[in-house]
Each structure stands twice: as C-alpha cells, then as structure tokens.
Design a protein around this ligand. Sequence first.
Ligand SMILES: NC(=O)c1ccc[n+]([C@@H]2O[C@H](COP(=O)([O-])OP(=O)(O)OC[C@H]3O[C@@H](n4cnc5c(N)ncnc54)[C@H](OP(=O)(O)O)[C@@H]3O)[C@@H](O)[C@H]2O)c1
Length: 296
Amino acid sequence: MTVLVTGAGGQLATEMLTTAPDGRRVVALSEVELDIRDHDAVRRIVRDVAPQAIVNAAAYTAVDKAETDIDLAYAVNRDGARNVAEAAAAVGAMCVHVSTDFVFDGTASSPYTPDATPNPLSVYGASKLAGEVSVRAACPGAAIVRTAWVYAPSGKNFVATMLRLMREKGGVRVVSDQIGTPTNARGLAECCWRLIERRAAGLWHWTDAGVASWYDFAVAIAESAVERGLLKSPPTVEPIRTVDFPTPARRPGFSVLDKTSTWAMLGLRAPHWRLPLKVAIEEIAHGVTRDHAIVE
Ligand SMILES: NC(=O)c1ccc[n+]([C@@H]2O[C@H](COP(=O)([O-])OP(=O)(O)OC[C@H]3O[C@@H](n4cnc5c(N)ncnc54)[C@H](OP(=O)(O)O)[C@@H]3O)[C@@H](O)[C@H]2O)c1
C-alpha cells in the first residue's frame, strides 16, 4: 500500500514515517515538493503517485501569526485541504485530514465530543473548521481527526520552547487557566494508520489521555528534564493567568476532547500524557533520532 503524506518535515508527517507498519510505502512530500495550495499540482502528483491513502499533515499552524496572515491561513487550511481531499476522491484513496481543538470556544466544562458545536475564537481555528467543511464536501469518505497540543522530540512545539527557556532563563511563567491535553505526535501517527486501515469515514478526536493546564505540562517537562539530566537544576515554573500573558489569538480556556468513540472504533487507547512525554524527553536526552517506534 502506498500512502502519500503532505507537509513532510512537520511533526506528524515525520512520525508517519517512523511508525509506518510493514508493507506500507510512505511518500512524504514537503511544501517545496507539493504545495497543497496548488490545485493542479496536487491533482497531478496524486495521480502520478497513485496512493491508496493520503494523510494531509500539511497546515498553516502559526496560531498567533494567522490573526494577521488570514488569507494564507485559509489558503492552506481550507483551500489546500480541499485540494487534497478532492484529489483523494478522484483516485479513490482514503483521505485522513487533521484538525484541531481550537475549533471550540472552550466554554464547556466536560470533554468535547466530535458532535459538539464548534465555535472557533481565532483565525487559525476558523480556518481549520473551514477545512473540515471543505474536506467533508470534497471527500465524504474522509476521516477527519481533531487533535491538540501536539509535540515531538524535534520540531517547533511547546516542549522545545519550554526546554529552551528553562535552560536560558532558569525559569518560566506559564498560563494555568487553559486546560487541554498534550499529544505526542507518534501516538497521533499511530491513530492515523489505524484510521487508514479501517477506512474510518467521519469525525474523530485523538489526544493522549488525561487533562492538564499548560502550567501542569511545563512542570512535567521540567521534572522529566531534570530527571534525565537535560537541566542541571530544577527551573522555577510559575503559574500565570491568560490575561497576564496576552497573545494576538484568543485560545479556548477548556479544550479537552472526548476520545471515547475513537478509542472504541480503533481498538487503541492513548496512554496518559505523562508517559509519552517522559519517552520524548528521554529521546531528546539521548539525542535519539526517532527510528525506533513504540509498539502499543
Ligand atoms: N501542533 C499542534 O499543537 C497542533 C494542535 C492541534 C492540531 N494540529 C494539527 O495537526 C496537523 C499536524 O500538525 P503538526 O504539528 O505536524 O504541524 P507542523 O509541525 O507545523 O507541520 C506542518 C507542515 O505543513 C507544512 N506546510 C505549510 N504550508 C504548506 C503548504 N501550503 N503545502 C504543503 N505543506 C505546507 C509546513 O511546512 P513549513 O514548516 O515549511 O511551513 C510543515 O512542515 C495540522 O493539521 C495541525 O493543524 C496541530
């Protein structure tokens, strides 16, 4: 089976490669090789590669920049997503598209199920929601999986930022009133592989298990980093409120996703977020090139 992955070099695309099951050929293409905004190029390349499945891991993910870079955010997250879904439908390939917890406004007090009503607070969230709509219209058999707070041992993410700031400044101040769930990109990739296997059309939620604030996440990063010798001494981690750390994009105060239906359908339950975080920190400490995937 050949699986085409867009957005190569990104966190999810990288983990799609490291977790590919036996017998799966992954063709991962970067933006330079395949810009998903280019309708004709997407059509042509998908026809040439002739994949049985496509994972759209490409996205405009700069949440704050999107507030002023509106056209580009929509061009990638809505129109690009549609191009990929249309091309998948044209060759009969299973399409897996990835969306975000930022489609919700965070006013709920219990985890969001896939059928909960979205109401994005940011341009990024709105552009991703528009992407969901355009993918569903272009390819009704697509699997759309919403995830949150994604990190990997390399790449631009919260873990990397925290480790850098803790090392450089000896401490961090982190918001404690935004609640969600961290997600290791490797587990997300494994979820995508299962969605492909099951040709699981519909809307799904996937994050690691458990609940955390960004502050909790930072404390756990600090603890694991000290334990693994990545930091010489424990950094200070101070909780602050969102109002004390204004950002261009508004973020949901509560965006825990309910994964019950996904876990049941996939026969795969994510571990509590602290476990894969420890593994990732260990890999960073060992300078590991992530070539040995965790098998569930
Ligand atoms: N990261 C998170 O915390 C998070 C949370 C919720 C949902 N998600 C969703 O999860 C998916 C995977 O995210 P990720 O963390 O792997 O993102 P990522 O690391 O930012 O990777 C996205 C990739 O897409 C590429 N890209 C951007 N514009 C493109 C275009 N026009 N054509 C082709 N490729 C393009 C980027 O290239 P450049 O780096 O060169 O721009 C990058 O390699 C995305 O759909 C994202 O919206 C992520």
